[in-house]
Design a protein around this ligand. Sequence first.
Ligand code: ADP
Length: 355
Amino acid sequence: MIDQSNLRQALSTVQDPESGRDLVSLGVLREITLDQELIRIELDVQSTDEAVRGTLRSGISAAVRKLAAEQGLRRIPEIEIEFLSATATPNPLPLVRSVIAVGAGKGGVGKSTVSVHLALALARMGRKVGILDGDIYGPSLPTMLGLDEIPPKIDGNTIIPFEKHGLKIVSIGRLVEPEKALVWRGPMAHGAFRQLALQSDWGELDHLIVDLPPGTGDVPLTLAQLLPLTGAVVVCTPQKVAQDDARRAIRMFQQLGVSILGVVENMAGFTAPDGSTIDLFGRGGAEDMAAGMSLPFLGRLPIHPELAARGDAGEPSFCHDLDGLGEALRTLGDAFDHRIRMAERGEDRPTLAIR
Ligand code: ADP
């Protein structure tokens, strides 16, 4: 007889082709109902790729046939598989046109700096832009955007975003003591992030940029489940060791069904006051990685003392008007904007090149 327990065991031998993990440990089995005639499985798989779904269907059907044979059944029950991601859930932020995550393989590569400057670049193009400090373990936007002295505003259950530098800003760093956030575990992090994202009065926005915690933890998963994402940007420094971490972050987004808008190389070269350039961490590593993974490269930012100083002073906009640095920021912003537009038009999906 096939029951829930031996069926789940059988499904633990079926691999998801995208992540290489089995369906049970991946946690995508939602509801299984069965009798001797019919097995119905609800799968929470983000991918809408028919090839992926086909592989899953045939893997499940093979596992059930094998189980039926082991149980000595003469009749194999019919199998019905429903992919839950196909049933669209209503968008909880209908006034926000696009939500873009900024992630990194590890901390300290300049993810928050890049998030802030990408948001500023879009705001300078006249867009309505919000930025959510989702780095709940180490929020740095209050300092970088100069919010430390402004009292947070909460109206009942609604967080009123700060408005500064032409951005709407929400950061956990101004709502709880940072020391508390550091010890949060999965479910609390999930809950806190959910509240920040959904209980803030964002109003109408063209773009909401979400500065994620580094690495591949719970928050990106929460975000991908909560909001329809236009895509993700991954920040990386040029060194080889940084690329390995960035690759993991990229794969995580891809497994969550989030397309990669592009890779940004940060801390690429240092321009000394005499104009000479020193490639402290090498150069081009992130671009090579992007090319190797067939992903767009959005551009690079140099190590520039003003990026750090103005970040510490809460005056990042200043950098956009500096000679040299302003151009680098604009070029990066333009490439980002271009990719967002492509993604909004659905043109960012990989196409098969026939040569
Ligand atoms: P992350 O979000 O990845 O942890 P941050 O954006 O907080 O990294 O950057 C870490 C530190 O490095 C900050 O003090 C920031 O001002 C500085 N920094 C980041 N990128 C640059 C850069 N290109 N040039 C100079 N300083 C930078």
